[in-house]
Design a binder for this molecule. Structure first.
Ligand SMILES: [Zn+2]
Length: 176
């Protein structure tokens, strides 16, 4: 496994190879978002880069470990992630030419035949970090006697059984 997230795609662009297989490890800069992070920032990209006209396409997976705080007891929780990657790279100039093609996709830059997997790996990893992790479904929190946790179901049970606004909504449905 190569320890570099930058890939030289010269041979692919010159037509000398049909694909570049990837098995790369790298470290993300700023691999954390609020209370969650990619463990040590380390990710692995596996897959292949192929040419599609002037564009380059990466299909593969992003693997790593995440770490987050349990939202109730604040203990560290860890897990593995494996995220599908399907990314398109274009030269800056051809990006401008094709900007009115109507693609809803996002392009990553090709800079002098090199692509950098770090920004897309970072983006994919961060959006997939758990934002409300639990160490276990029945985590009781740091001090259950003083601060008992209440699930959403039990909170609903203790509130008024009929909300007048809901009654108004059901009347509207019948009028329709
Ligand atoms: Zn917990």
């Amino acid at each position: 496994m190569e320890n570099d997230l930058r890939v030289d795609c010269t041979k692919l662009q010159d037509g000398k190879v049909r694909r570049i297989d990837l098995d790369r490890q790298g470290t993300l800069s700023e691999p954390e978002l609020r209370a969650a992070s990619v463990v040590d920032g380390v990710v692995v990209v596996k897959g292949a880069v192929t040419a599609a006209g002037p564009a380059l396409v990466l299909n593969g997976v992003l693997e790593g470990r995440w770490s987050a705080e349990c939202r109730r007891c604040l203990q560290e929780v860890r897990g593995d992630f494996e995220i599908e990657l399907s990314e398109v790279f274009q030269e800056e100039s051809s990006q401008e030419e094709s900007s009115n093609v109507g693609s809803d996709g996002e392009f990553w830059p090709i800079v002098e035949s090199w692509i950098d997997l770090e920004p897309l790996a970072r983006e994919a990893a961060l959006v997939n970090l758990p934002m409300a992790a639990l160490c276990s479904e029945d985590c009781a929190g740091p001090d259950p006697d003083r601060f008992p946790t209440r699930s959403e179901e039990s909170a609903t049970e203790t509130s008024a059984p009929i909300d007048p606004r809901w009654a108004a909504l059901s009347e509207l449905r019948f009028d329709d």
